[in-house]
Ligand binder design. Sequence first.
Ligand SMILES: Cc1cc2nc3c(=O)[nH]c(=O)nc-3n(C[C@H](O)[C@H](O)[C@H](O)COP(=O)(O)OP(=O)(O)OC[C@H]3O[C@@H](n4cnc5c(N)ncnc54)[C@H](O)[C@@H]3O)c2cc1C
Length: 442
Amino acid sequence: MILQNWWFTTLLGIKGPIRPPLKDHIKTDVLIVGAGAAGLAAALRLAGSGKKVVLLDRNICGGSSTGKSAGFLTPDSELELSQLLRKYGQQGAKDLWEVAARGVETMVSNIKKHKIECDLQIQDCLFIGKGSSGWKDVQEEVEARKKLGYSSTVYTEDEVPSVLGSKAYSGAIRYPGTFGVNPLLYAQGIKQVLLDNNVEIFESSEIISYNGHTVYTHLGSVTADEIIFCIDKPKPEVTKYYKEVYHAQTFLSISEPLGDEDIAELFPQGPLQCWDSDLVYTYFRLTGGNRLLVGGGDLLTTYAKNDTTTPRIINRVITNLKEKIPSIRDLRFVQYWEGRIDMTRDLIPTVLRDPAHPWIHFVLGCVGLPWATFCGDFAARNVLDNKELDNEKYYRYFSPDRKFLLPLWLEQILGKRLVFTINNAWAKYRQKDSSFHQGLSG
Ligand SMILES: Cc1cc2nc3c(=O)[nH]c(=O)nc-3n(C[C@H](O)[C@H](O)[C@H](O)COP(=O)(O)OP(=O)(O)OC[C@H]3O[C@@H](n4cnc5c(N)ncnc54)[C@H](O)[C@@H]3O)c2cc1C
């Protein structure tokens, strides 16, 4: 098994993927920094608005988290619906679930409208419980979905094998409206649409600093009326909000193609995208080329300071999965890769217009392609001053000043990792935010 991102391998088939770096000093109406799902959504919203738009990325479009991701398009993220419900109450949970659901819809409609060839798969999702606590998680999700009026199908332990070739799970919940995609081909497809709509794109162009309305790369600069930063792993030179962002490492691997009989054994009622109820969960789905994509990690490396590149962790994930699903026991995995997902202390994105420099917008710590897509689009609609937006509402959900259990300054004493872990666990399992439970007015 070699260390290579499969989606990068698939890029070999497309023509002219790289845009040259910025070498001039240019002016524009709107500059977007970062061409992941968020920056691309922002650029797409602004393309054709009459504004001159420039998009910069230090890598290629989709070259960071977006193009490393597993391409599950689901409103489910690191926070399940039942957790959103406990934390935000009924209206808040619905608002935020629909943020992600709208992100999914936007991506799928972009793919269809612009005929982007990125292996779009219609795949219901299957959240599978492990052991008695996993079954409890499944039931909580079912209850939360019922309460908010979302449909789902429940499978008991005996019924799981009718949809997944395994007798090792204690139950599952399935729901529709979810998709699989090759995220790097998606990003590159959107890039082409933007180019066709006169957006100027510079790849291999890292922003190293900014001053007022001007940002600087190694070789050039851009002066813009409005600047939207949709960057990952932000550095202190670029924004003081870098402290809001943390990372979780996860690993992916792709198999050789499965035959029709293998697929029928694995997914008796057709392909599904699956993840289990473990804290560091295992996730898997079939790509359009009938390869099995498997992801996961372990507790030691998820929040480790340095990247781990050995195949040891993903090999363990695969071995454990093979023990549960007998039909894939002899399946060979050919490539693996790792990536760090940016996140915040409570797994909700941070989106803001800088109070001291209102022409600067930040979209940071989005966990999931749909969240990033919604937030990038939201920031761009603000640039256009779109009155249909429920601005105050979303700015409150995504404010850097929202409630966390422990403040950032405690990191100096307790260390970044410990404070993050406590805040994160509190937000996921305990937090009940009364200001949101009382309801938000638009
Ligand atoms: C291995 C892995 C698997 C995942 N699987 C899924 C999944 O199945 N489904 C899902 O929804 N999500 C998944 N995610 C999470 C998802 O990829 C991210 O949440 C999402 O891509 C975030 O999008 P973004 O646009 O905010 O960030 P990014 O995609 O990281 O984009 C930020 C961009 O900013 C650029 N940039 C950063 N700094 C600078 C600078 N100084 N100058 C210029 N450019 C800069 C980067 O090069 C990058 O292209 C996964 C992530 C990983 C790592």
